[in-house]
Design a protein around this ligand. Structure first.
Ligand code: SAM
Length: 201
């Protein structure tokens, strides 16, 4: 079968992603899914027995990397607003608990599962393009559910890394989590991206 029509192929994922971008540019906020290199670097903090939340999984490149690190007692809750992505993720990754909701609902979503806290949050959310009140609500939700010693990992595109909105985002999250992030640049991505990890103090 041509990769254009094979729902399992990365090219098909790119087409689904492009379709979502055209319909909802601010919410998708990227032209292609993250590279496997970014995905691998996003999940290095994840331990086999942890409770993990993924925000904005999209076509699932980071979902796949999280699940590869989780053991039988680990759990992944993935929160995504786009129902097309949600249905694809539920079909492809039955081990993940994929819900169609906004990341703003994170405290309710974790409480309704009996989770007292989250060990790791990984996020592909496009904070650079989300409405400001939504971003602030999500930052508060992250602070409220992340355990002390837990990690929050996200990425910021290199071309915008030093612009005021990106700097403000890092400061606002550092204020909430009590420490600055560690970061490194990944060139193997379109566009290149900084991976940032905060540890909740
Ligand atoms: C830049 S894409 C990242 C997709 C994937 N994680 C990756 O790295 O390729 C952003 C994703 O966040 C989702 N999203 C946007 N706003 C959201 C929200 N408030 N809550 C949950 N997901 C959201 C979009 O639908 C999209 O799938």
């Amino acid at each position: 079968m041509s990769p254009l029509f094979d729902p399992q192929s990365p090219l098909f994922d790119h087409l689904v992603f492009l379709g979502a971008l055209v319909r909802n540019p601010r919410s998708v906020g990227a032209i292609v899914p993250s590279s496997e290199r970014v995905a691998a670097d996003m999940v290095t903090s994840v331990q086999p027995a942890s409770r993990v939340v993924e925000l904005g999984p999209g076509t699932g490149v980071i979902t796949k990397a999280v699940l590869a690190r989780l053991g039988p007692s680990g759990a992944l809750l993935a929160v995504e607003t786009n129902h097309v992505f949600v249905e694809r993720l539920q079909r492809s990754w039955p081990k993940a608990d994929v819900v169609c909701a906004s990341a703003e609902a994170l405290p309710d979503l974790t409480a309704s599962r009996g989770w007292e806290g989250v060990d790791h949050i990984v996020s592909g959310l496009p904070f650079a393009t989300l409405p400001r009140p939504v971003t602030l609500h999500i930052l508060d939700a992250i602070r409220d559910v992340l355990k002390v010693g837990g990690t929050f990992t996200t990425f910021q595109y290199a071309h915008a890394y030093r612009l005021p909105p990106a700097v403000r985002f890092r400061r606002e999250l550092s204020d909430r989590l009590g420490s600055p992030p560690r970061s490194h640049l990944v060139l193997w991505n379109v566009p290149p991206a900084h991976i940032l990890t905060w540890v909740r103090r």
